[in-house]
Design a protein around this ligand. Structure first.
Ligand code: CUA
Length: 363
């Protein structure tokens, strides 16, 4: 038996000091952990439960971290090599049954407790609203690089590039992807799920009373060059305003003043199309990705149109809009620009854009 390194009384004092340090560090760590605002505004009823779970995890994990750190510090101090011990071996230890039972049983109980609690929270936030309470379905489609929200309100179907929700009503998102994996995330709602090609994924949230206002929608899965642009807005409205919005969406389309020859053709102010797109039809503005001096846009995701369209004829410009992969400008990659502008824009709108681009790039 190796000679005792530290007198018993002194070791007892070291242990007492360590316990004191541990208690203070635990209290400070928990206070710090709970005082930091980790998350943005909680805008759904699910968010509150998730934030509470987070707080419980902080309260449960800080003491464990402190315990481990204090035991390590204590061991470094207490069992360090002292002068003259360079060639000594440590005492042979063959285990300590009581200690091993304790350090297996306590963490196991803690983990079972946390897993049970997390399961209860998960079950709770995924629960359908009680019978009799209607639930709205909104179909969310991700594609490079935009979200589209499809509604079915009283049998009337329509889509919008922005998300509109009435406050206080449960909504279930049916999330799909047209191309690669995206991830539908509204941080203020806390919930988030992948949009996976070929399958439909879901989650539901209920906007809280204080959620009226705008909330960012983010794509949380690196999905290509335009990933960072896949940001839209969730508008939480009062029930009355939401109903008014639905009415405006389902009313018969009116020909825009100064615009197209018919409602079918849609607005044909090319410069406005270029800079604003058609938000109602989820048509992204050309200027979101392209620089064009005449329109004042400076984006660099796609080629600078003043350069690549200079000297090109109308046929080339039209092809570049409706079949963008046909000719790729040097230094750029295919499949970045949506290839559906031939469908989402009317023939008149495409022609208007071709004329406009032809004019301003060949001055
Ligand atoms: Cu879609 Cu990232």
């Amino acid at each position: 038996m190796a000679q005792e390194r530290t007198p018993r009384r002194e070791r007892k004092r070291t242990v007492q000091q360590m316990v004191l340090v541990g208690v203070i560090a635990t209290a400070a760590g928990i206070a710090l952990g709970l005082s930091i605002h980790w998350f943005p505004k909680a805008a759904s009823t699910q968010a509150d439960k998730i934030d509470t779970l987070w707080d419980v995890l902080i309260i449960a994990t800080v003491p464990i971290f402190v315990l481990v750190a204090v035991v390590v510090l204590f061991s470094v101090l207490e069992f360090r090599m002292r002068p003259g011990e360079e060639n000594l071996d440590g005492p042979p230890i063959h285990g300590n049954t009581r200690l091993e039972v304790i350090w297996t049983a306590l963490p196991a109980m803690l983990i079972i407790g946390l897993v049970t609690y997390a399961y209860i929270v998960l079950h709770d936030i995924e629960k359908a609203p009680a019978a009799g309470n209607p639930e709205r379905h909104v179909a969310v489609t991700g594609q490079q690089f935009t979200w589209t929200f499809a509604y079915n309100e009283g049998g009337k179907k329509f889509t919008d590039p922005q998300l509109y929700l009435p406050v206080g009503e449960s909504v279930k998102f049916d999330v799909r992807s047209k191309d690669v994996i995206h991830d539908f995330w509204v941080p203020d709602f806390r919930m988030k799920i992948d949009a996976v090609p070929g399958i439909t994924t879901h989650y539901r949230i209920t906007p809280k009373a204080n959620a009226i206002g705008d909330h960012d929608i983010v794509c949380a899965e690196l999905c290509g060059l335009g990933h960072a642009y896949m940001r839209q807005t969730a508008h939480v409205l009062s029930k009355a305003k939401f109903d008014a919005w639905v009415k405006s969406k389902t009313a018969k389309p009116v020909a825009t003043a100064g615009g197209g020859t018919s409602a079918q053709a849609g607005p044909t102010d090319a410069k406005a199309l270029f800079t604003q797109g058609i938000p109602d039809k989820s048509v992204t503005a050309c200027g979101t990705c392209h620089a064009l001096a005449d329109s004042g846009t400076t984006a660099t995701t796609g080629p600078d149109l003043d350069k690549v369209l200079k000297g090109k004829d109308a046929a080339f410009i039209k092809e570049s809009i409706v079949d963008p992969n046909k000719v790729i400008a040097p230094g750029y990659q295919p499949d970045i620009m949506p290839s559906n502008f031939g469908d989402t824009l009317s023939a008149q709108q495409v022609d208007a854009l071709v004329q406009y681009l032809s004019k301003v790039t060949n001055k």
